[in-house]
Design a protein around this ligand. Structure first.
Ligand SMILES: [Zn+2]
Length: 254
C-alpha cells in the first residue's frame, strides 16, 4: 500500500509522490530539487519515475534524479523524452513492486500528441489533460482527440481520485461559473477550495464525480452549457466536439 503526497515545484506544479515508510515513486518531476529534498527529509528511497508527457515542467528533473538513483522511468512511447527506460502506451501495465502499486496506462492525446495517464488503486494521474474544473490546452492534438481523451477519463468511476499536474482550480472555477452560472455545485466547490487555498493546502485530488458535476469540459452535452456556448459564438453548435472546441477557445481568450 502507498499514500500519495504532493511535492510542490515551480509556481503551481505538483510532483505527485507515491510513498510508503521506505520507498517512493514520483509522477512528473519537472524539477529535481524539491523531490530530492523531500526524499532526504523523509529518508525514502526512490524506486520509479512516471511521466505523463514531454513538457519540461513535467520531465525536467528526471536526468538529475537518475544521477542519484538508477530507477526505471516510465513515460509515453512516441514522445521525445530521452531519459525514458520504459516507453509505454495504452494496454501496458506499470507495476511498482516495492509499493504494491499497479497502474494501467491510458492514451489521452490532445495536450501533447502521445500524452498518457496512469490509472490504478482508485487513482488517476492525468498530467495536463484533465484539470480540476478545467482541462489542458490543445497544443499538439486536435479538439476531437482531446474531447475523446476527456470522455475516456469521464467514464472512470465517480470515486476515482483525480491527481492533475497543476494547481489551477480556483481560476478554473471562476471561468466555469461564467459558462454555467446556474450550477450550484460550482458555488459549493469554490467555497471549499478557497478555504483550502487560504490554509495553504492543495485543492487536489478531486474526484471524477465532482468533475462530472462541475467541469464544463466534461459537460459538453448539458443544455445550459450548450446554450452558453451558442451565446458566446453567436451561432448554433450542438455537437459535443464543437461545444468542447468553443469552450476551449473561450477559455484561451479569457
Ligand atoms: Zn504540459
Amino acid at each position: 500500500m502507498f499514500e500519495v503526497v504532493p511535492v510542490s515545484a515551480f509556481k503551481d506544479n505538483y510532483v505527485w509522490t507515491l510513498r510508503d515508510a521506505r520507498h517512493a515513486a514520483v509522477v512528473d518531476p519537472g524539477d529535481a530539487q524539491p523531490v530530492l529534498d523531500y526524499l532526504a527529509r523523509e529518508k525514502l528511497k526512490l524506486v520509479a519515475i512516471l511521466a505523463t508527457h514531454h513538457h519540461p515542467d513535467h520531465v525536467g528533473g528526471v536526468a538529475r534524479l537518475l544521477e542519484k538513483s538508477r530507477v526505471p522511468v516510465y513515460g509515453p512511447k512516441n514522445e521525445p523524452i530521452p531519459t525514458l527506460t520504459h516507453p509505454v502506451s495504452e494496454g501496458d501495465t506499470v507495476t511498482i513492486g516495492e509499493l504494491g502499486a499497479k497502474f494501467s496506462v491510458l492514451d489521452i492525446p490532445g495536450h501533447t500528441r502521445a500524452h498518457i495517464a496512469y490509472y490504478g488503486a482508485g487513482s488517476l494521474f492525468c498530467g495536463d489533460t484533465l484539470f480540476a474544473c478545467g482541462c489542458g490546452r490543445v497544443f499538439e492534438g486536435t479538439p476531437q482527440q482531446m474531447y475523446a481523451s476527456l470522455e475516456k477519463l469521464r467514464a472512470l468511476p465517480d470515486s476515482t481520485k483525480v491527481y492533475c499536474g497543476h494547481e489551477y482550480t480556483l481560476a478554473n472555477i471562476g471561468f466555469a461559473k461564467g459558462v454555467e452560472p446556474g450550477n450550484s455545485a460550482l458555488e459549493a466547490r469554490e467555497a471549499r477550495d478557497r478555504t483550502l487555498r487560504e490554509a495553504g493546502k492543495p485543492t487536489l485530488p478531486s474526484t471524477m464525480g465532482e468533475e462530472k458535476a462541475t467541469n464544463p469540459f466534461l459537460r459538453c452535452r448539458e443544455p445550459a452549457v450548450v446554450e452558453s456556448v451558442n451565446k458566446y459564438l453567436g451561432s448554433r453548435v450542438s455537437d459535443p466536439v464543437g461545444v468542447f472546441a468553443a469552450i476551449r477557445e473561450w477559455k484561451n481568450r479569457s
